[in-house]
Design a binder for this molecule. Structure first.
Ligand SMILES: O=C(O)CCC(=O)C(=O)O
Ligand SMILES: [Fe+2]
Length: 289
């Protein structure tokens, strides 16, 4: 019997050649065409964002919404009922999400083959939820941003996404600046538009695109699943997860830092319902030095 466990990847690229952004292999180009996504890739290349409606059936999205709400009850502390994190493995529905063929194609075009699931987290925003600040998701990449996109965030909408309902806002073409917004740009947000669309859509943007959201002014909750993938680059060659807190006890802080224990990456727990946000300021500052 043939062992198929080693069969991936089916398409072996020539490792001496770097594909340029949006330069697709013949196989991927056919897949994009068959999935009807070419116009979306033209939009994300030119505008920095795109919206794919009808990503799944209404029934599937309703089930996904229910699952996200239920799992947010397992979060402890202040985020209980407002977010659920580390979702892959907590319900089989999330495997269907990350294996959705349109999502797979988006990830491969924007983050290359071998891209990694960086975050799978749901947010639940009630009426009165405030807006989040303007940012580019590549917040741990220094500017100028590389030509190759580093990170792709896809928001799976679970009710109609509207201005009053507190949908995501994006600044079209802001990805062309290839840098983070400065304080004034964060305040003025000029050129921002609402990403209005129906429930069961994917709203997604380049890791360089400046975005935020609107405060929620409608009754009921806005439930969104945030799906983020990153390029495989910059992971460490060796894995030191076995050097635990007891090994680190009493040792210099530099050792904790070089093992990534002092930045926010990898700090998500199910109980917290998110990464450790207290580590974000240092992470983003260190990344830009
Ligand atoms: O919740 C939103 O509308 C956008 C959140 C966001 O910034 C993200 O998922 O990267
Ligand atoms: Fe973001």
């Amino acid at each position: 019997m043939t062992d198929t466990s080693q069969a991936l990847p089916e398409v072996l690229e020539d490792p001496s050649i770097t594909r340029q952004p949006f330069e697709l292999s013949a196989e991927l180009a056919i897949r994009v065409e068959d999935l009807g996504l070419q116009a979306n890739f033209d939009q994300i290349r030119d505008e920095g964002y795109t919206i794919i409606e009808n990503i799944a059936t209404e029934e599937f999205t309703a089930r996904l919404r229910e699952t996200c709400i239920q799992l947010a009850q397992e979060t402890e502390g202040s985020a209980k009922g407002h977010s659920a994190s580390l979702l892959l493995g907590r319900d089989p529905i999330f495997e269907e999400v990350v294996l959705n063929p349109k999502i797979r194609a988006l990830v491969e075009v924007m983050c290359g083959q071998g891209a990694l699931l960086s975050q799978l987290i749901s947010s639940i925003r009630p009426k009165g939820a405030p807006a989040i600040p303007l940012h580019a998701d590549q917040n741990w990449t220094p500017a100028p941003f590389p030509v190759h996109n580093q990170l792709l965030t896809m928001c799976w909408t679970m009710e109609n996404y509207t201005f009053a309902g507190g949908c995501t806002k994006v600044i079209p073409k802001s990805h062309l600046h290839r840098r983070h917004p400065d304080k004034q740009e964060m305040e003025h947000q000029s050129g921002a538009i609402p990403t209005q669309c129906s429930a069961s859509s994917i709203v997604c943007w380049d890791g360089s695109t400046w975005h935020a959201n609107y405060p929620r002014d409608l009754e009921g909750d806005r439930v969104v699943l945030h799906i983020t993938f990153s390029r495989l680059a910059l992971r460490t060659v060796e894995n030191y997860d076995h050097l635990d807190e007891s090994w680190l006890e009493g040792k210099p802080k530099e050792l904790r830092q070089m093992l990534g224990r002092e930045d926010f990456l990898g700090s998500t727990t199910i109980a917290r319902g998110s990464a450790d946000y207290t580590k974000i300021p240092n992470t983003f500052a260190w990344a830009k030095t």
